[in-house]
Design a protein around this ligand. Structure first.
Ligand code: HEC
Length: 132
């Protein structure tokens, strides 16, 4: 193989080599589709968690404990695995049940991607944080 052919072969396969540099499964969430997730959320989750995820859906007031705010820091700082676990198996002693029978793993990832997207596109609050 001449140097030129070697160069050309490398050139052609470079994108594939580059892609394989990412560790496999680094972000499971990147497999989720937030648009598909929105449909699932509207159908199954919104009645409790509310349109924008703030826990103010029509059923929320009747529940104890109330559904939490999914765009809060408390939820946002939880890992994908942790939230997927709750979506899959439910949260004990709350109205949040597991969805593994209704939703495929892919759809659970999609709905999680949608929840994450709610956080990313929040408008910044107009009131400044209280002084320390
Ligand atoms: C019957 C009302 C209800 C429905 C329907 C519901 N949830 Fe929940 N959810 C709750 C309650 C109550 C909690 C427990 C309080 C909390 O942690 O927010 C909860 C907790 C969660 C949490 C954990 C939040 C955290 O920080 O630990 C996630 C994630 C979540 N729900 C996602 C969903 C998704 C996705 C759906 C739809 C597939 C859904 N919920 C449907 C009531 C509901």
């Amino acid at each position: 193989m001449t140097k030129l052919t070697l160069f050309l072969v490398l050139l052609i396969f470079w994108p594939f080599l580059a892609v394989s540099e990412f560790p496999a499964g680094a972000s499971e969430l990147s497999r989720g589709d937030p648009e598909r997730g929105r449909e699932i959320y509207d159908k199954y989750c919104m009645e409790c968690h509310g349109e924008t995820g703030r826990g103010d859906g029509p059923r929320a007031a009747l529940l104890a404990p109330r559904p939490g705010n999914l765009v809060s820091a408390a939820t946002s700082t939880k890992s994908d695995a942790e939230l997927l676990g709750i979506i899959t198996n439910g949260a004990p002693r709350t109205a949040m049940r597991g969805w593994k029978d209704e939703l495929t793993e892919e759809d659970r990832l999609n709905v999680l991607a949608f929840i994450r997207s709610l956080v990313r596109f929040q408008k910044p609050s107009l009131t400044p944080p209280p002084p320390e």
